[in-house]
Design a protein around this ligand. Structure first.
Ligand code: 5AD
Length: 353
């Protein structure tokens, strides 16, 4: 798909055209990754962070939240819940903090891997190559690091860099070299993000041949520079990408068309802006993964990346059954096993006579 075509699809509001886009994304999803929805249990192990990202509510300058670190015993209890619920993957997510040292995280990964045949995904921010290697050696399977935007200038504005720190795209290269499955992604509607940038974001997914792609709306957080006064950062009005739900679906559907084999979640941020149907609509427009939150509720409120995060109280055992019902209601199945990226297409289903 060329750039003009991408831009056309991104900008279209024509109902007939959109119906065609949803149908194409859904059939490419069905053909390449099948009907099964993979459940990844998310554990937000700490909200400490030394970085000052202008969009993120847990950035170091936000003094309105209490900081926490989950003890290993509490993390392993969440892992046991994931096993009980039949999930094939746990995702450990946190800000960047020296308290989560290379050795501490490596030991944690090793103890999770000893417990069960679970895939371990890390989402622990920017790390040096040796640390990434050590965690891979300890058994980690996947690494998520959204690059947030493909526009270097916008990125530099919203993401103050540490002196000498490598770029996220460079780190994603290491992640792939080290044999992790690599996940990237962007937010939609960042003040200053233009249509051209968004089209580049999508072609970047394809160029990087990502195994996992996370796309969600930008949700302003009042205790962040970007949430405070988003208008100060905006692109000229004609070019500014809106942070709206419909556009997230269009980007998600296009990501599926460009990267047919990728694992693509219907993200929590999407469920936050449309609590009633966001998850399902994402799954029907290209996504094949959900990430139920297993973090104990008393920590969740402090993991305040953006306001009113969906699932502050959801995803308890009761809701887990509810989630299964919702997946079945839209005609999908629930995957078992780790659900790694499959580079080949699954065999087409046999016809029943
Ligand atoms: N709105 C939406 N998504 C956000 N993230 C961080 N802050 C926000 C926000 N205000 C996303 C980023 C990050 C991921 C963990 O959460 O894309 O990579």
């Amino acid at each position: 798909m060329d750039r003009d075509e991408l831009l056309h699809w991104l900008r279209t509001e024509d109902r007939g055209a959109l119906a065609e886009l949803w149908a194409r994304a859904d059939s490419v999803r069905q053909a390449h990754v099948g009907p099964a929805v993979h459940l990844r249990g998310l554990i937000e192990i700490s909200n400490r962070c030394t970085r000052r990202c202008a969009y993120c509510g847990i950035n170091a300058t936000n003094h309105h939240i209490a900081r926490y670190d989950m003890p290993d015993t509490a993390i392993l209890a969440c892992v046991d819940r994931a096993i009980e619920l039949g999930y094939g993957t746990v995702v450990l997510q946190a800000g960047e903090s020296p308290l989560w040292s290379r050795d501490r995280v490596a030991a944690l990964i090793a103890s999770i891997k000893r417990r069960a045949e679970l895939a371990v995904t890390l989402s622990l921010g920017e790390q040096d190559r040796e640390t990434l290697r050590c965690w891979r050696d300890a058994g980690a399977d996947r690494y998520l690091l959204r690059f947030e935007t493909s526009d270097p200038e916008l990125y530099a504005r919203i993401h103050p860099r540490e002196p000498g720190a490598p770029d996220r795209l460079e780190i994603l290269g290491w992640i792939k070299d080290l044999g992790y499955e690599a996940g990237g992604g962007v937010m939609i509607g960042i003040p200053g993000q233009t249509w051209d940038t968004l089209a580049n974001d999508l072609t970047t997914f394809e160029r990087l041949d990502l195994d996992m792609i996370g796309i969600g709306p930008f949700i302003p957080h009042p205790d962040t520079p970007l949430g405070h006064d988003p208008t100060a950062w905006r692109a000229p009005v004609r070019d500014q990408v809106p942070s709206d739900e419909a556009l997230v679906y269009r980007a998600l559907a296009l990501a599926r068309l460009l990267c047919p084999h990728a694992n693509i979640p219907s993200t929590t941020a999407l469920a936050t802006i449309n609590h009633r149907a966001g998850r399902e609509l994402g799954l029907q427009r290209g996504a094949n993964v959900l990430m139920p939150n297993l973090t104990p509720t008393h920590y969740r409120a402090m993991y305040d990346i953006y306001p009113a995060k969906h699932g502050l109280t959801a995803d308890t055992p009761y809701d887990s059954q509810h989630l299964r019902t919702r997946i079945h209601t839209i005609g999908r199945t629930i995957a078992t096993g780790p659900g790694s990226r499959n580079h080949r297409s699954p065999p087409s289903p046999r016809r029943s006579h």
